[in-house]
Design a protein around this ligand. Structure first.
Ligand code: AMP
Length: 183
């Protein structure tokens, strides 16, 4: 299955992806995790992107798209993947569509994690990652609203929306049953 997870920062996409990748037997590809790995290994890419992550800005598309292109070309992603944090804007979605179309593939679904902004800001403040400072959190929410939420229109034919508030295991079952088309 080829899936994209969409939801505001703090919606629990990473946690859900960790459960779903086991249940669906596909790799979890998180652009945020990939960038953070580069930063902690102090690679050239890591040095280039650090300030964007620190401020909650999006890394420029060319840099992000190239990293995703390389990751999706790895053999483990040939039969499916869970993309978490990519695409983050409509231009990236266009590039993803081209990467997949070149292989005769397309997305099966876009899972939208629905949760109120107040709830996610509380969660992020409690998480305490280095970019989880209140002003940066607020900025990331704004970037989500302006840049990423329009993806829900772009992908309207294949969006599966689920309520992302509640028990972690329950939310994952909700997502799976929505993907199966249960109502
Ligand atoms: P995340 O772990 O998904 O919350 O991402 C953390 C940070 O990584 C974001 O605030 C951006 O700076 C950067 N980032 C992650 N994914 C993308 C993307 N698809 N496009 C641009 N920047 C990204």
């Amino acid at each position: 299955m080829r899936l994209v997870l969409v939801g505001p920062p703090g919606a629990g996409k990473g946690t859900q992806a960790a459960l779903l990748k086991q249940k669906l037997a596909v790799p979890h590809i998180s652009t945020g995790d990939l960038f953070r790995a580069h930063i902690s290994e102090q690679t050239d890419l890591g040095k280039e992107v650090q300030e964007y992550l620190d401020s909650g800005e999006l890394v420029p598309d060319e840099v992000t798209n190239q990293m995703v292109r390389e990751r999706l070309a790895q053999p483990d992603a040939a039969d499916g993947f869970l993309l978490d944090g990519f695409p983050r804007n409509v231009a990236q979605a266009g590039v993803l569509g081209e990467i997949l179309a070149a292989e005769g593939q397309r997305l099966d679904a876009v899972v939208e994690f629905k949760v109120d902004e107040d709830v996610v800001v509380e969660r992020l403040l409690a998480r305490g990652r280095s970019d989880d400072k209140e002003d940066v959190i607020r900025h990331r929410q704004e970037v989500y609203r302006n840049e990423t939420a329009p993806l829900l229109d772009y992908y309207s034919d294949i969006v599966v929306a689920i309520d992302a508030v509640g028990d972690v295991e329950e939310i994952s079952e909700r997502a799976l049953s929505a993907l199966r088309g249960d109502r």
